[in-house]
Design a protein around this ligand. Structure first.
Ligand code: GLU
Length: 420
């Protein structure tokens, strides 16, 4: 894949390189290429927020809507000092492809605010979130664009967004965001959904490769909402979770880590550091450790041209968005590593977001077992379609997922036609 190494770490370039490659393979019409190559709408807001000490601070926020061809735009909102427009563009495009891979009726969007949430109080975060929502009030809505949690945002953030939007509409509109607390229209199973999805696709991958859970050693990078649930569900299902990486250091135990105990430890101490049931490990070195499944569940660009060659895992399951760069893809392919790409592996979250949106609009809430069964069915079908597509077209799983997704979105645009 042609991409220079100086562009390697730009997620937009990573997305575009895969898109171009897949579009060429598909023989995508040039007009459709032009439509899908770039986002449909990019909104930048500069939000004034009164800080606790009385000062006024201006925060820059984004909402990029890549496509609304297959339904309302859909995707999370992240709070981080590293947020930038190119990253949000890439993440918005990935949402379009992700929703198309699992065949749910949404387009793709993403939002973000440049801020350091660790240095802000709850009250400051609330004021910032509410003002951001108010600035976007014309652009979001159950039929337009439905935000959700992402990095450093959570159920509380969604409750504030839902309330602010509802105040503007003069009525409660719970379907405007997903990932809400259960009490105000959230879905059972949403919190664990992304991690559960990672486990479901791993179950399918090991079945395909003739492996069994009990002998499958797993390393998970990230112990936030995605990584902790993936690790816990996998450990409880019989996998041997031997390593956990976190930004402030990792843990390793070749005999397996007691993940239920680790979850409790983190709840008490707010870190995994010092956990007695495992030795210390370096977060980046863990990626290169001997294991069967590596699940990067933290952030972008952790598998790059600098370390891809040293990765020993048989399977990589991408719980994060964009953890592997396009340059690293080629190296991993040469090593014959079985990749479950982000737009499939982490699609469990948005799939249960879809269920949440459906439940809110119906005003009827499902049992957790129903949510989990429906999720499993969707992800198993999507996994089969991607792997089958890869085998029949002679491409890797990532390109197969992009091709499948681009084809579905392009078909919809052709069918709808271009409004003049
Ligand atoms: N932020 C999550 C993702 O990247 C969830 C998006 C959603 O539920 O809309 O897939």
């Amino acid at each position: 894949m042609s991409i220079s190494t100086d562009k390697e770490l730009n997620p937009w370039e990573s997305q575009a390189a895969r898109f171009d490659f897949a579009a060429r393979k598909l023989g995508l019409d040039e007009g459709l290429w032009k439509i899908l190559r770039f986002p449909a709408r990019e909104i930048i807001v500069h939000i004034p927020v009164q800080m606790d000490d009385g000062r006024i601070e201006i925060f820059t926020g984004f909402r990029v809507q890549h496509s609304m061809a297959r339904g309302p735009a859909k995707g999370g909102v992240r709070f981080s000092p590293d947020v930038n427009l190119d990253e949000v563009r890439a993440l918005a495009s990935w949402m379009t492809w992700k929703c198309a891979v699992v065949n749910i009726p949404f387009g793709g969007a993403k939002g973000g605010i440049i801020c350091d949430p660790k240095k802000m109080s709850m009250a400051e975060l609330e004021r910032m979130t509410r003002r951001y929502t108010a600035e976007l009030v014309e652009f979001i809505g159950p039929e337009k664009d439905v935000p959700a949690p992402d990095m450093n945002t959570n159920e509380q953030t969604m409750a504030w967004m839902m309330d602010t939007y509802s105040m503007h509409m003069r009525q409660t509109v719970n379907a405007v965001v997903t990932g809400k607390p259960l009490n105000i229209g959230g879905s059972r199973g949403r919190r664990e959904a992304t991690g559960r999805g990672v486990m479901i696709v791993c179950n399918e991958a090991i079945k395909k490769l003739g492996m069994v859970k009990e002998n499958t050693r797993v390393i998970v990078q990230g112990f936030g909402n995605v990584g902790s649930h993936a690790a816990q569900l996998m450990a409880n299902a019989g996998y041997k979770v031997i390593g956990i990486g976190e930004y402030d250091g990792g843990l390793f135990n070749k005999d397996g880590i007691d993940i239920n105990a680790l979850v409790e430890y983190k709840q008490r101490n707010n870190t995994i550091q010092g956990f007695p049931g495992a030795g210390k490990a370096d977060n980046m070195e863990l990626l290169e450790a001997d294991c069967d499944i590596l699940a990067p569940c933290a952030t972008e660009n952790v598998i790059t041209s600098k370390n891809a060659d040293r990765i020993k895992a048989r399977i990589i399951a991408e719980g994060a968005n964009g953890p592997t760069t396009a340059v690293a893809d080629d190296i991993l392919q040469r090593k014959n590593i079985f990749i479950i790409p982000d737009i499939l592996a982490n699609a469990g979250g948005v799939t249960v977001s879809y269920f949440e949106w459906v439940q809110d609009r119906q005003g009827f809430f499902w049992k957790e077992s129903v949510v989990n069964e429906q999720l499993e069915q969707i992800l198993v079908d999507a996994f089969d379609s991607v792997v089958h597509y890869a085998e029949t077209h002679g491409v890797n799983n990532r390109i197969a997922a992009y091709m499948l997704a681009i084809d579905r979105v392009a078909y919809t645009i052709r069918q709808r036609g271009i409004y003049a």
